[in-house]
Design a protein around this ligand. Structure first.
Ligand SMILES: C[S@@+](CC[C@H](N)C(=O)[O-])C[C@H]1O[C@@H](n2cnc3c(N)ncnc32)[C@H](O)[C@@H]1O
Length: 277
């Protein structure tokens, strides 16, 4: 590449400017992501299996114990929550726009004879009637959305919930990161996370304090091309998230420190929210 192009590429972008390439549905990256999802002991693309088990236990025993309900899992990945919930007797629909994850999830459902409907779709384009008792969006994906996407999604979720239905999700809080995370890192690899080809990856973390948002921006340079990946992390507090939810008609918000139902603590790095239509 022309090195002088790097000066322009490495500038702090406008808030919510998007990546130049797909992150979750790229042929190579989706393979790396699926490996991360399926690592039982790694809190990476999915949480550790022990945490997922604890979440499903809490949700199914304390939050929605009645089994004859419809659950929609947005960004279901390879179906780690969907298959556990289906085994407990719930009717589950999972949506994800990683073709690789959806293929894997469908295969597991076929092998284990689980009646789960998996849909390969961008969840920002869903258009359901009020047919779900519970809608979940797990592992802090809510904070990766632009404000506009978040608002679109909150309206769509509200429309898809039955009256009294629950929206369950989690976000990172203002305690998860601070200014010590800002700065630059680099990585060189012959075949690593970012590409199956030799690459140089230049990562910089930026903060947009006016919108409570961090950005991890990675420029990936291979012999053939240069791509830029931007992963946003809009962090929330109880107050900021409840202000957003109130605007869209949600009510009776309940807060926990995580999706295993741990009691809310001021210093928690994550915030799990259960809110009602
Ligand atoms: C951090 S992973 C979490 C996966 C799953 N919820 C879990 O905890 O095991 C985020 C997932 O959301 C999916 N995803 C992100 N944005 C999406 C969108 N707009 N539409 C559909 N799926 C999306 C990704 O493909 C990925 O599988």
């Amino acid at each position: 590449m022309d090195i002088s192009d790097l000066t322009a590429l490495s500038q702090k972008p406008k808030l919510f400017e998007r990546s130049s390439a797909k992150l979750w549905d790229d042929l190579h990256l989706s393979k790396m992501m699926l490996e991360a999802h399926l690592d039982p002991d790694w809190d990476a693309a999915s949480r550790k299996f022990s945490t997922i088990d604890a979440s499903v236990k809490w949700l199914s025993e304390d939050i929605f114990p009645q089994k004859n309900i419809n659950i929609l899992d947005l960004g279901c990945g390879p179906g780690l929550y969907a298959s556990r919930l289906a085994k407990l007797g719930y009717s589950v629909t999972g949506i994800d726009y990683s073709q690789r994850s959806i293929n894997y999830a469908r295969e597991v459902a076929r092998e284990e004879n689980l009646k789960i409907k998996y849909i390969y779709q961008d969840y920002l384009t869903i258009d359901f009637e009020p047919e779900f008792d519970v809608i979940m969006l797990i592992f802090c994906d809510f904070g990766a959305l632009t404000n506009e996407e978040r608002d679109v999604l909150l309206k769509k979720i509200y429309n898809a919930l039955k009256p009294g239905g629950l929206f369950i999700f989690d976000v990172f809080t203002d305690r998860n990161r601070d200014e010590s995370d800002l700065g630059r890192r680099w990585e060189v690899s012959n075949n690593g996370f970012w590409s199956a080809e030799p690459y140089l990856a230049l990562t910089e973390t930026f903060l947009y304090p006016e919108d409570d948002t961090f950005l991890d921006q990675t420029i990936v340079i291979t012999k053939a091309d240069t791509n830029i990946y931007r992963i946003y992390d809009h962090f929330y507090t109880k107050t900021t998230i409840s202000n957003v939810l109130n605007k869209f008609g949600y009510s009776e918000h309940k807060y926990y420190s995580d999706v295993t139902g741990a009691k809310y603590r001021e210093e928690s790095k994550e915030l799990a929210v259960i809110t009602k239509k």
